[in-house]
Ligand binder design. Structure first.
Ligand SMILES: Cc1ncc(COP(=O)(O)O)c(C=O)c1O
Length: 388
């Protein structure tokens, strides 16, 4: 069980707001905040390079913590600026050609889609969208039908930005592994919310961000690439972190996942990302997941029972993201009214996830994303305020 009193005592933000925008950026624990401030302070005292050198074991720890979080090895982890850059560094490393097929799903995120489309337009590869099943989630049986030797990549969003569902990633991974097709898993909204194990999920590449359910600092993210795939993927951008300049004018690209990083980096953020991962590991991802699901279900059923509110979540398994509309009210007005009561929710517009939201005829929705440090009282108050 999560010790609610302790995690709230660790979270100064709960004194100010009832925060239901954890899918946007969660309230960080003070340990994360302190790690950033402390390192910035040290940089100011002795110099940025010197502070990084002095505290190298702190930022090196981040690779271990992230590896532990997802069941990987430290040399399979790259620490970058955000989930999009992580995803892009892997995706743009593939050499697609005319006739290649890339499969994605309705949950695909805007930035990923834009990259898919750019590459498809440039190379002549095609993008095909795997249909949803009866739960409104990625249809694994349909994927099986679509796979052939021309499919070069499957892109799956684990937990979409715009709906409560958790896609059946492990089932997808079983199918892609059997077919020998790499699975690129966007774990941006699942990292820190639920247990992840890259072997159990069967994914070859995984991208994540710091600031959402992991409660890390903004401007941090990470990439996992399975060891045997790393050397096959030549990053689209190389610098002197990723590669080494040789006497003959050539260069050699490093053999671990740090080939996807860049030389200059946000060291304070990198340290604090590791602190955030350690914080989640210490609480236990099973415990976090259990509480997040329970709070989200409480919120969904409260909203469902109120007149004029339509809960829009789909999926056989639902997580911490709760999406809804209020009859006769714009989503932004709902957000503004709640903000006046010191309650944070966010608005998702169709352009974040057109394959899903356009298909369902939804132009915007309110997104309330719970996390384990929220209380049942906060959830019930949110229901009352929305209903009112
Ligand atoms: C499903 C999903 N993927 C990717 C991203 C992009 O993450 P970042 O903003 O860290 O690049 C988001 C952000 O909201 C997301 O919800």
């Amino acid at each position: 069980m999560i010790d609610l009193q302790r995690v709230r005592a660790d979270t100064p933000g709960v004194e100010h707001v009832a925060h239901f925008n954890n899918a946007g950026a969660a309230l960080p624990p003070r340990q994360v905040h302190d790690a950033v401030v402390d390192h910035l302070q040290r940089e100011a005292e002795i110099g940025g390079y010197e502070a990084a050198h002095e505290r190298s074991e702190r930022w090196e720890r981040t690779y271990d913590a992230l590896a532990q979080l997802i069941g990987a090895q430290r040399d399979e982890i790259a620490v970058v600026e955000n989930a999009t850059r992580a995803w892009d560094m892997a995706f743009y490393s593939f050499r697609f050609r005319e006739g290649d097929r890339i499969l994605t799903g309705h949950a695909e995120y805007a930035s990923n889609w834009i990259a898919l489309k750019q590459v498809a337009d440039r190379t002549g590869a095609s993008i095909e969208v795997v249909p949803d099943d009866e739960h409104g989630q990625f249809d694994v049986a349909a994927l099986e039908e679509l796979l052939d030797e021309h499919v070069k990549l499957v892109s799956l969003v684990h937990v979409p930005t715009q709906s409560g569902l958790v896609n059946p990633a492990a089932e997808v991974g079983r199918v892609t592994r059997t077919a020998g097709v790499p699975l690129l898993l966007d774990a941006c909204q699942s990292a820190g919310q639920l247990p992840l194990d890259v072997d159990a999920l069967g994914c070859d590449i995984l991208s994540g961000t710091g600031r959402k359910f992991l409660r890390g600092p903004r401007g941090t993210g990470f990439l996992y690439v399975r060891r045997d795939l790393i050397e096959e993927l030549e990053p689209p951008l190389l610098d002197m972190r990723a590669a080494e300049w040789q006497h003959d004018g050539g260069y050699t690209i490093r053999g671990d996942a740090r080939r996807f990083e860049n030389w200059e980096t946000y060291v304070a953020g990198k340290i604090a990302l590791g602190v955030a991962a350690d914080y989640a590991l210490e609480l236990g991802l099973d415990q976090i997941w259990e509480r997040d699901q329970a709070l989200a279900e409480r919120l969904r059923s409260g909203l469902d029972e109120s007149t004029g509110i339509t809960v829009l979540d789909q999926g056989a398994t639902r997580g911490a993201i709760v999406t809804f509309q209020v009859a006769g009210r714009r989503a932004a007005d709902v957000r503004t009214a709640l903000a006046a009561e010191h309650v944070n929710v966010s608005v998702t517009e169709a352009e974040s996830a057109r394959l899903d939201l356009d298909g369902r005829g939804i132009d915007e929705l309110v997104r309330a994303s719970v996390h384990y440090f929220n209380t049942e009282q906060e959830v019930d108050r949110l229901v009352e305020l929305v209903a009112a």
